[in-house]
Write a protein that binds this ligand. Structure first.
Ligand code: SF4
Length: 275
């Protein structure tokens, strides 16, 4: 079943996709890392990674796959890195160390806003939830307003109420999508972790917040399957059709396995490890 509009303009998602060439390496500095999660070292938040160069490029970028740096490969900032770098107009954590903590705090807030906007943009291009369009558009516009505030105003935003409204709307969207498929009452009792489900249909299944770690979904179909907050680390999607999956993110896809035959929604990129 077709979930997304035909001829949708994936360019509209561009501002919410990472552009490391226009970022001051924010994720490689601002975030806490752990070696066990596939980063090169255990590192405190605010400390630059040992491989981050003064020009903000990664010294080992070409060999991240060979070195199995899953954390680095998987991370996606939803375009928050380049947006915050642009907001500070040339001031960076490196050139203005006295502002570094403030820049990191703004990055964390813009990251959350961009992530929510991503889901809202995705909901907006779903063909069967048109009745929700006015509410979705209003929340997207509100989000854009927050993201174009000054850094001082961003820091004083109270996002609790906004987040709650976004979550309510995303749940409503998910419900409308899943109502188009027959009920699968036994689904919630299934333990998906590490199991083999080759060539099955998971159309319309609600995987939201489920742990699917290391399961084999080769050759499966996922039209209308909801992946909001699902843990897909090391899942295998070789030859699977995820092109009509719902609320699937670049970070989830980067953390999973797939191949050249895996179909993805048009607004997601094929991870380098899948080529
Ligand atoms: S290894 Fe490269 S991509 Fe990973 S955190 Fe360090 S600088 Fe960033």
């Amino acid at each position: 079943m077709q979930i997304y509009e035909t001829n949708l303009d994936e360019e509209k998602f561009k501002p919410l996709q990472s552009d490391c060439s226009n970022c001051s390496g924010l994720c490689c500095v601002a975030l806490y890392f752990s070696k066990t999660e596939g980063f090169p070292e255990n590192k405190a938040a605010g400390k630059p990674c040992l491989y981050l160069q003064p020009d903000y490029l990664c010294k080992i970028h070409e060999s991240l796959v060979d070195k199995n740096m899953k954390g680095c490969i998987g991370y996606d900032c939803y375009g928050a890195g380049q947006a915050v770098t642009a907001m500070y107009k040339g001031d960076t954590w490196q050139s203005s160390p006295e502002r570094a903590q403030e820049i990191f705090n703004v990055f964390m807030i813009i990251f959350q806003l961009h992530q929510m906007r991503w889901f809202l943009m995705e909901a907006r291009v779903m063909g069967h939830v048109k009745t929700l369009a006015p509410k979705i558009n209003a929340l997207i516009e509100e989000n854009r307003r927050y993201c174009s505030c000054s850094s001082t105003d961003v820091l004083s935003l109270d996002l609790k109420h906004y987040k709650k409204r976004v979550n309510t709307l995303l749940k409503e969207t998910s419900r409308m999508v899943s109502d188009r498929f027959p009920r699968q009452s036994s689904h919630h009792a299934v333990d998906y972790m590490g199991r083999n489900f080759k060539n099955k249909s998971f159309d319309g299944i609600d995987f939201s917040m489920h742990l699917l770690i290391a399961s084999d979904f080769s050759g499966c179909t996922f039209s209308g399957a909801n992946f909001l907050g699902t843990d897909l680390r090391d899942c295998c999607f070789n030859g699977a059709d995820l092109s009509e999956a719902v609320f699937l993110t670049q970070m989830q896809v980067n953390a999973a396995r797939g191949d050249v035959n895996t179909k993805l929604p048009v607004f997601l990129s094929r991870p380098v490890t899948w080529r």
